[in-house]
Design a binder for this molecule. Sequence first.
Ligand SMILES: [Zn+2]
Length: 282
Amino acid sequence: MMLKFKNIHIYCNQANNLDFNVIVPELRKYFPNIPIDVRHPFLNKIDSVLAERLVSIRISDIKRPFNEQPRVKVQGISDQNIVYERNLRDLIHTSNSSSIAGRRHKELILYDGFMMQRLFETMIGENEANTHHVHIVFEDRLICTFSEEDWRYHARTILGGSPSIISTTGIIEAPAKPKEWYIKQMQVAANDISSDGDQNEIASSTEKEKYLEYGDCRINFAAVGYVLQALFFFITEGNPFCNDINCRLYNAHWQEEVIHSQIQSKRLCNKHAKLLHKFNAI
Ligand SMILES: [Zn+2]
């Protein structure tokens, strides 16, 4: 049975790098009968209790499942991790775009996606915590989920559910970049050239077209695709992903696949277009 939701609530991220004046009209083409509203960031006010919860769902060892993570005892409200969580919004706002672009992968903090989803679920207002409302949270923090197949955490872009979480950092960091990018990074590391510098400086413009970077306006089209995946999570009863690389529901593991399905192809396959038509006709 298809879940017929009646409202779509989108929570914008703090980094303010998405253009919802582009994203929402694009979504309305797919869901012309459903009201879509854009709200302030989900984690708009972070008190020390919430900050401590966020610290508690961080992943410090990607090779251990959540319940085996080493736990760091929080040292009161002046604890640097608590301060970080409470001030992340200001940190994002004060850092200029070039320093965001130059942020190194190793500095990123990972959060268990399912634990974050569980935490967020408790924060949804009672009158909107039902199947009529779909909540989609754009979050700057990087989420990851543990895979029992290779016994390690993997960064994720999207987690469907209540609420669905789309990590804006995940859009950039989770799908792998072209192999040449990693080779170049290794060369840079080996030669110790501007290791804190802007990665964009060392990539040619044709290479840059193959992946999304911080500040790339094509991220809006990728965001549309991830919102569609979040919505199809409900339309398809939890299995939104498609095997057709030309479809926006394609589960991309490489940046080049994201670019192909969300920016070059930018459509649904016939099967999913039909399903959407059926949904809109109910
Ligand atoms: Zn499809």
